[in-house]
Design a binder for this molecule. Structure first.
Ligand code: NAP
Length: 300
């Protein structure tokens, strides 16, 4: 594929950093976000602004979306007036060098919605990928994300140069929806890990240990993890800014539980994490980072 013209939709914590890397790498980008102010750093860096996702997609070869919730994904890709696919029809499905246009949803969203998007894309003669990510705000800034893709293999291969800018571990997991299922596996792992990290720090403090020294000991042993290395130090600094918002994690845990129940599977650890994080949301911490689990119970 010639160097593709990019549209980027969703310029929050993750999207702003990821699109920023593409601009730095020399890609020409048009951006759209619900709140224009959050796209200003990208506009300053040379991106063009579009008034709707469809306008952003108009002249793009590849459109990337990373918004909040499945309903937002539905709005930005499938809305019949303003969505990405509304800008593309079978007569304009190719990008100029014989390859099809591609829409890539990188939001953590429902596998069934990824399947629906792939079906709608096929009707318009374009390609779709679900490609959620892991690696947090740090990975987005440093281009070290893990990217888990599902959908059309040819589209995945065509985007290789872009994957290299965004991530260091980029894998194709199967047909539409399988990227999202892989991300659910990731979130199930994180659910248990966050419970462990937060309970361990509370224990260390309550028995009179120096938590920073304790972290020095345990983070390089068998208990080491991304959350322990990146989020535990934020807890020690009383830094509860997101990172990864609690409201998004609760969304993910609920998707994982729905999918597990559909498969006849019980996930008691995920159920516990969902309950504790939902309590934090009810206590007003929806937009705090997931490390705020250390504050549970909030009334303590
Ligand atoms: P965020 O900071 O809330 O960013 C989401 C952005 O999407 C916001 O700027 C928001 O606009 C925009 N948006 C939402 N709905 C929209 C719509 N209907 N139309 C246009 N723009 C819309 O969240 P984030 O942390 O970047 O996370 C984005 C997604 O990636 C979530 O699904 C999250 O679960 C997932 N994720 C996050 C992380 C992480 O560590 N942060 C890691 C992996 C995956 P406004 O500016 O108006 O709010």
């Amino acid at each position: 594929m010639k160097r593709p013209e990019i549209a980027w939709i969703g310029t929050g914590i993750m999207g702003r950093a990821m699109c920023g890397r593409l601009i730095e790498a020399g890609y020409s980008c048009t951006v759209y976000n619900r709140t224009r102010e959050k796209a200003l750093p990208l506009l300053d860096a040379g991106a063009r602004w579009a008034e709707t996702p469809a306008e952003a997609a108009e002249n793009a070869d590849a459109v990337f979306t990373i918004v909040g919730f499945p309903a937002d994904v539905e709005a930005v890709i499938l809305d019949p007036e303003t969505g990405v696919l509304a800008a593309w029809d079978p007569e304009r499905a190719e990008n100029g060098d014989g390859k099809k246009k591609i829409v890539v949803d990188m939001t953590t969203s429902r596998p069934s919605l990824a399947v629906r998007i792939a079906q709608e894309a096929e009707k318009r003669g374009v390609w779709a990928l679900d490609a959620p990510v892991s690696g947090g705000d740090v990975g987005a800034k440093n281009g070290t994300l893990s990217i888990m893709a599902g959908g059309c293999r040819e589209a995945f291969d065509a985007l290789e140069p872009i994957w290299k800018v965004l991530g260091t571990n980029v894998r194709f997991q199967g047909p539409a929806g399988m990227g999202q299922h892989t991300k659910m596996v990731n979130q199930i792992l994180i659910a248990g890990n966050m419970l462990g990290v937060c309970e361990a720090l509370r224990y260390a403090k309550s028995v009179g240990l120096d938590p920073a020294e304790v972290l020095g000991s345990v983070s390089t042993g068998a208990a080491g993890s991304w959350s322990l290395s990146n989020l535990a130090p934020r807890i020690l600094r009383d830094d509860f800014a997101p990172g990864f918002k609690i409201t998004h994690f609760v969304k993910d845990l609920r998707i994982a539980l729905d999918e597990a129940h559909s498969a006849g599977l019980e996930l008691p650890g995920v159920e516990l994490a969902e309950r504790l994080y939902a309590e934090l949301m009810d206590a007003g911490l929806a937009d705090s980072g997931t490390q705020a689990l250390v504050k549970w119970p909030v009334c303590e």
